[in-house]
Design a protein around this ligand. Structure first.
Ligand SMILES: Cc1cc2nc3c(=O)[nH]c(=O)nc-3n(C[C@H](O)[C@H](O)[C@H](O)COP(=O)(O)OP(=O)(O)OC[C@H]3O[C@@H](n4cnc5c(N)ncnc54)[C@H](O)[C@@H]3O)c2cc1C
Length: 414
């Protein structure tokens, strides 16, 4: 008997988890990615959780030393370069590229198709058809929208649901380990560093290198700097030197050089000089605006949303990749146990409540940053300062919090 067939839209980590999980439960699954070239990670760092390690192990990918870099100390450094607090932690920092590569390598080459931009979806009682910009039509039993925060699949199913801007952006920079001055390397490289300029938040930590290596000398250093940014300023940031505006995100090479120069000068003034030096040496820092999206539904007949296409949570819980992995596992297991229709209903009920819980957690964690755009008299208590103890409680309880959200969501979904 022919295997049931899943069409997966989006070839990033969510799509790859879905394809590999479904294949492991007896499906034929093919990924369609709109980019024409193999995706490249830009070295984005990813916090990992035991829940992510478990899904990867189940797929046969051991979460060993080659997957990430362990960090056991957190330091808080002021803008004079003085370390004013040091705490213990247990964290494994990986990168989007490392996780992507290990999942991508598992798929047969003809199950991953580049240059396929989905533009429409049609479905009937017997199947679902994906329609691509090049006119190609692909038929399957199930279509999974793993096409990210700006999902076309979601737009077709829930046209009125739009991501809502949280009021701040994450500036990101990365530098190869070898390019870091030795004195700075010795002081901060192996640690997780926090800088807390008033109203802002910067995190910096080691990640696998551009070719996914984790050996000393071949790693990289990753900076994420959350900055409250008024919508009008975001429009300006997303406008290139010719005056063309790109909406709410702009390809990094098109960010105006003047803006990059201003950011580097601001880093010098506001954050630890050790981190500012690394930020300055990256030729191409870029920014990602932060959004929220809490979808009321994730299943529409034979179509299911997964990962960021289903829910956009702010990055503070560090759980986007972990959630995509858990969505894929739950979807495949539910369909295997209950069949397509009932399995999808279970997925929507349980993973929907889980996704919504993570969105709310991200909103709580980032409320301090959002509130910076309000007049000071309208901000709530914590918005006035960011205490080290509060930050560390959240920092060290992320995986526990995720477990709590999962349990609460299962209870709600009963
Ligand atoms: C600042 C920041 C920090 C983060 N830190 C962490 C962290 O520490 N830990 C963590 O786990 N997560 C983190 N995340 C979140 C994480 O990056 C995402 O949750 C994760 O990449 C989601 O994967 P995805 O596959 O669902 O979507 P995406 O990675 O967005 O991929 C969607 C894919 O679909 C493709 N696509 C889009 N439209 C179409 C179409 N019409 N047809 C075909 N293909 C299409 C795109 O080209 C893309 O390849 C962070 C995010 C941000 C912004």
């Amino acid at each position: 008997m022919a295997k049931p067939r899943a069409i997966i839209i989006g070839g990033s980590v969510g799509g790859l988890f879905a394809a590999n999980m479904l294949r492991s439960t007896g499906w034929d699954a093919v990924v369609f990615e709109r980019n024409t070239e193999e995706l490249a990670g830009r070295g984005a760092g990813i916090s990992t959780h035991p829940q992510l390690h478990d899904v990867m192990k189940r797929l046969g990918i051991p979460f060993d030393d080659s997957m990430g870099i362990s960090v056991d100390k957190v330091v808080f450094i002021d803008n004079k370069g003085v370390t004013y607090d040091t705490r213990d932690t247990v964290r494994v920092m990986s990168s989007w590229g490392r996780i992507y590569r290990s999942l991508r390598d598992m798929l047969p080459p003809d199950s991953y198709r580049l240059g396929m931009n989905l533009v429409n979806v049609e479905q009937d009682a017997d199947g679902v058809t994906a329609i691509f910009a090049n006119g190609h039509r692909e038929r399957g039993d199930l279509l999974i929208g793993a096409d990210g925060g700006r999902s076309t699949v979601r737009e077709k199913m829930l046209p009125d649901m739009l991501p809502s801007y949280a009021g701040y952006v994450a500036w990101r920079a990365m530098l190869d380990e070898k390019q870091i001055p030795p004195k700075i390397h010795a002081e901060i490289f192996d640690r997780y560093t926090y800088c807390l300029p008033p109203g802002e938040l910067m995190l910096a930590y080691p990640v696998p290198g551009r070719n996914n290596e984790t050996q000393p000398g071949h790693r990289a250093y990753n900076i994420v700097w959350y900055r409250p940014t008024q919508p009008r300023r975001l429009t300006d940031l997303c406008t290139d030197t010719t005056g063309r505006n790109y909406g709410t995100s702009i390809p990094p090479p098109l960010i105006r050089p003047k803006i990059i120069a201003e950011m580097k000068a601001t880093a010098r003034a506001l954050v630890a000089p050790q981190v500012a030096e690394i930020f300055e040496r990256d030729p191409q820092p870029f920014f990602q605006p932060i959004f929220d999206l809490d979808s009321p539904r994730t299943v529409f007949g034979r179509v299911a949303l997964l990962g960021d296409a289903a829910f956009i949570a702010r990055p503070h819980p560090g759980a986007g990749t972990t959630k995509a992995a858990m969505d894929a596992e739950h979807l495949a297991d539910s369909i295997q146990a209950l069949g397509l229709e009932k399995g999808l209903a279970k997925y929507q009920r349980e993973q929907g409540a889980f996704g919504s819980g993570i969105v709310k957690q991200g909103q709580r964690d980032g409320a301090y940053l959002t509130e910076q755009l309000l007049p000071i008299e309208h901000r709530k208590n914590k918005a006035l300062t960011w205490a080290v103890d509060d930050l560390m409680t959240d920092h060290n309880n992320r995986s526990e919090a995720l477990r709590g959200i999962l349990e609460a969501s299962r209870a709600v979904a009963e």
